[in-house]
Design a binder for this molecule. Structure first.
Ligand code: AMP
Length: 111
């Protein structure tokens, strides 16, 4: 089966603007930012969505959020972490990812 687009980015087959990388996690800038600061936290292991996720991977990534927010300079101003899931959740790429958005006052609610 062909790799998904995020697996291709993780393998270096598609370019991306990297923010952070370690053995389990890759953080990249979103190609179509929805806020002044918009990055994606991608587990290196392919998991379709949060319903199919390894809880240890989720725990690891959530544990990195603060460091990433500090790196991006939004730790004091505030930010949002979003996991779109499935059709109603608006998930367009079927590889678990966490959006980290900030850099401006974000709107709420989503509909
Ligand atoms: P979602 O709609 O929650 O599945 O989010 C997928 C996100 O991936 C969207 O915000 C897209 O803009 C972003 N995206 C898609 N392709 C790329 C890419 N090649 N590099 C960076 N971000 C991407």
């Amino acid at each position: 089966m062909e790799d998904c687009i995020f697996c291709k980015i993780i393998k270096g087959e598609i370019p991306a603007k990297k923010v952070y990388e370690d053995d389990e996690l890759l953080v990249i800038h979103d190609v179509a930012p929805g806020a002044p600061c918009h990055v994606l936290l991608l587990p290196k292991k392919h998991m379709r969505n949060i319903m199919k996720a390894d809880p240890d991977a989720v725990k690891y990534i959530m544990g990195k959020v603060g460091d990433i927010a500090r790196t991006l300079g939004v730790d004091e101003s505030g930010f949002r972490v979003v996991i779109n899931t499935g059709i109603d959740g608006g998930q367009s790429v079927e590889h678990l990812h966490f959006h980290l958005l900030g850099g401006a006052k974000l709107g709420w609610p989503p509909c």
